[in-house]
Design a protein around this ligand. Sequence first.
Ligand code: GLU
Length: 493
Amino acid sequence: MGEVRVRFAPSPTGFLHIGGLRTALYNYLFAKKNKGKFILRIEDTDRSRFVEGAIENLIDALEWSGIGHDEGVFVEDGNIIEKGEHGPYIQSNRLDLYRKYVDTLIENDKAYYCFCSKERLDNLREEQRIKGQVPKYDGFCRGLSKEEVKRRIEAGEEYVIRLKLPRNQDITFDDAVRGKVTINTDEMDDQVLVKSDGFPTYHLAVVVDDHLMGITHVVRGEEWLPSTPKHVYLYQAFGWEAPKFVHLPTVLNKNRKKLSKREGDVSVEDFRSKGYLPEALINYLALVGWSPEDGEEILSLDEMVEKFSFDRVGKSGGIFDIEKLNWVNAHYIKEYPLEKIAELTEPAMIESGLMTKDEIAKDWNKYKYLVETVLDSLDTVNELPEKVSFLFGDLKVEEADAIEQLKGENTEKLITSLEKELVQVEEVDEEFAKTVMKRVQKDTGVKGKNLYMPVRAALTGNVHGPELSNIMIILGKNELLRRLEQARQEIIK
Ligand code: GLU
């Protein structure tokens, strides 16, 4: 086998769907595994779907994810540029090429001009619907003479160019995931290759481009599987060798429906802004539809490259499970350098109003300590405010368990004892925070759970939470004393 060349070929519709990111990822993994090239091509021939800035967004999302491409379209210094010898890599810049190739098809009687009006096609479709037939072009213009075509074009009639499928011929190809696929041309439509606006359809452009760009493996979502026989026939019609096809199972929601924007987060940007880490999203997405032989679930990009193969891509759709993603994300949060996680939590923290940018910057180490204190409980970096809010403002005792603890027989005694300790020190340092509870124990004779639970409830309003010594350091002497007093009020209430 020569050099492996694969491509990700999104349409710039405004955002990158996570299903698309997974397609890009599998292309990337396969390319790296085989020391091949991963190409980014932009498929923008559907002008009605074009969105300003979409190419930049797309590349930004890919870059954030860490899946770098080798060739194709890039953004440098805010400008869209292209790298590689098979360009242009943006389809709207390749219109002449498509025209040239479709002309060879017409010459060889593999494609034809079709002048059918919209009304005729609508009527035809309606007739077929009534008869319970699959809608399909009836070949009305297949037999037009060269002269008639010429005359009508010169007269300025609108036309499309259609593929001229041979009658009753089996089209067969091997799909790396689906196995052998066969379909008869009688069940297929004379696909439009060039639209009336002169733009190629996806089907023509994808075949011309994949061939000219030397693509060896077409790796894409299974929604394109029904189109593949047309592509295979086009390769034959051009006299080209077809690439290998790999159709990936769709990313589904829990109800086994396609993940759609209507139901919530589907774009890479959504997950990014919700506080997911790129390593986690990529790691998790890899597992939606693929699993390594050893069953390992936490994998770096390099490990995935090493273990990746299409043999282990499932046929049925992969279910996107947000809880599992959270679990993977929580894992990476703990693995990341604390400095970086702290930085990533900042926007959500500022947005929550708990701390200002200046307050965070003023004592960065203290902020990091705050983050570190609740690190184990974070599924996403954006959860920081909700996990630390109990450390800000007044003591809030809402949970029944905490109220019960505060009303316990030893609580008053414990509060008094801790207050006595606090007033003796200048400030609460680590040494104090780590040893004070031993002294309170000695002083009150209360031990274990009976000692810790009421104190925790008095300081935090909860019965569970991070290390008590961390909490003491974060709150500091004055705030601790203030809260103990508030807790005493709660007991009386
Ligand atoms: N432009 C198509 C899409 O956005 C690409 C399909 C393909 O990879 O052939 O899904």
